[in-house]
Design a binder for this molecule. Structure first.
Ligand SMILES: Cc1ncc(COP(=O)(O)O)c(C=O)c1O
Length: 387
């Protein structure tokens, strides 16, 4: 890389969809629960009450962000666990002979593999296709629901290309047919308003480390009255549904992160969207044979997913890394896999384009100068690889 580039503080982090840094305010809120107040929330002495109060404050903070009541929020170890619980709850609750599940073709592995586990247990799992635009048509869900359908799971926003799904309309379809609806809002929660009342989902997954909170903690919203089975045995934690000593610092962290997000999301959204637009137009102007994925679809404001024809995405990422830019090819969990993404395949993209996929996801610390540097480097890396 030419020496002219090295004026930037590196690395430049453009992989916020993989994880976000813990906000300083969140870390401050968590620290006492590692040090001065390490109490178990189940203990009966005063310290236990202090920990319980902190957990319940966090529950209210999460509830406030998503328009829920606090008793509808259950803490988990993250998005993966919440997705597992939501899908497998269909098996654990009273299913009245229903054994059919619908998931979209572009779900995260946590949903796909949970559904595959249900399939091994004899459930009928069906995938709802998406169009080339990366979106699920509510009518496609509607026509697949039968009297045997127990649950539909369609993500609020996709974690590779960032497409926002018509989840309100899909929830309406499910409600009218008395079928449970779950949505994985892990990527959406940090970027766009999420109101479970308006949304009408029965279960919603969120994860702290995608919204400037700590890794290893998440939540599952379960609408009051939804019949779900006990998820983890071993005690009466989380109102008897999810046993295990509560991760008090982590839970305080997700609460603080949600509270901070509640205050600043609109500001974050418009700032990041403007930077994303600058990045997109810069890349499309400078790099030939490059496409913005799902360009015409509603997308998360911080996502820019490109495909470069005839170039390996992984080679581009290595070139970016060498210039101090951290990005990824798609889902964090599959970033070391060499197969093309199931999301791009579901969108009907040819291998020739899909192999050259690069996902750039912006965040609170992204600046205009970083964006301009990334455009310069990306143009040079792709040109070098094509030479
Ligand atoms: C859409 C989506 N669902 C679920 C997960 C898993 O969340 P966690 O990392 O908290 O287990 C992720 C993480 O990449 C995600 O993007």
């Amino acid at each position: 890389m030419s020496a002219g580039y090295v004026v930037m503080e590196l690395p430049i982090y453009l992989d916020h969809a993989a994880s976000t840094p813990v906000a300083p305010e969140v870390l401050q809120a968590m620290l006492p629960f590692f040090t001065d107040s390490p109490w178990n929330a189940a203990a009966i002495y005063a310290g236990g009450k202090e920990a319980t109060d902190a957990v319940e404050t966090a529950r209210q903070q999460v509830a406030d962000l998503i328009g829920a009541d606090a008793d509808e929020v259950f803490f988990t170890s993250g998005g993966t666990e919440s997705d597992n619980w939501a899908l497998k709850a269909a098996r654990m609750g009273p299913t009245q002979g229903r054994s059919h599940i619908l998931i979209s073709a572009i779900e995260h592995a946590a949903v796909i593999e949970s559904a595959e586990a249900l399939a091994r247990a004899g459930w009928d799992v069906e995938r709802v296709p998406v169009g080339a635009d990366g979106c699920v048509e509510p009518a496609e869900v509607d026509m697949r629901i039968s009297s045997r359908t127990a649950l539909v799971s369609v993500m609020t926003a996709n974690n590779e290309v960032g497409t926002l799904q018509a989840v309100e309309a899909i929830a309406d379809v499910c409600r009218s047919k008395r079928v449970l609806f779950h949505t994985d809002a892990v990527q959406a929660a940090a970027q766009v308003p999420l109101d479970v009342q308006k949304l009408g989902a029965d279960m919603v997954t969120i994860s702290a480390h995608k919204l400037y909170g700590p890794k290893g903690v998440g939540a599952l919203y379960i609408r009051r009255g939804t019949l779900v089975g006990r998820w983890m045995d071993g005690g009466s934690h989380e109102r008897g549904l999810r046993a295990g000593t509560v991760n008090v610092p982590g839970v305080v962290g997700i609460g603080a992160a949600c509270s901070l997000l509640h205050m600043r999301r609109n500001e974050d959204m418009s700032r990041v969207a403007a930077l994303r637009d600058r990045l997109v137009s810069g890349v499309l102007d400078r790099v030939p044979e490059c496409r913005l994925s799902a360009a015409e679809s509603p997308r998360l404001p911080n996502f820019a997913h490109f495909c470069f024809r005839g170039v390996e995405g992984e080679a581009i990422l290595i070139g970016l890394d060498a210039a101090g830019i951290y990005a990824s090819a798609g889902a964090a969990c599959s970033s070391r896999s060499v197969t093309t993404s199931h999301v791009l395949r579901a969108m009907g993209m040819s291998d020739e384009w899909a192999r050259g996929a690069v996902r750039l996801t912006l965040g609170r610390s992204t600046t205009e100068a970083q964006v301009d540097y990334v455009v310069d480097v990306l143009a040079e890396v792709v040109a070098d690889l094509r030479r």
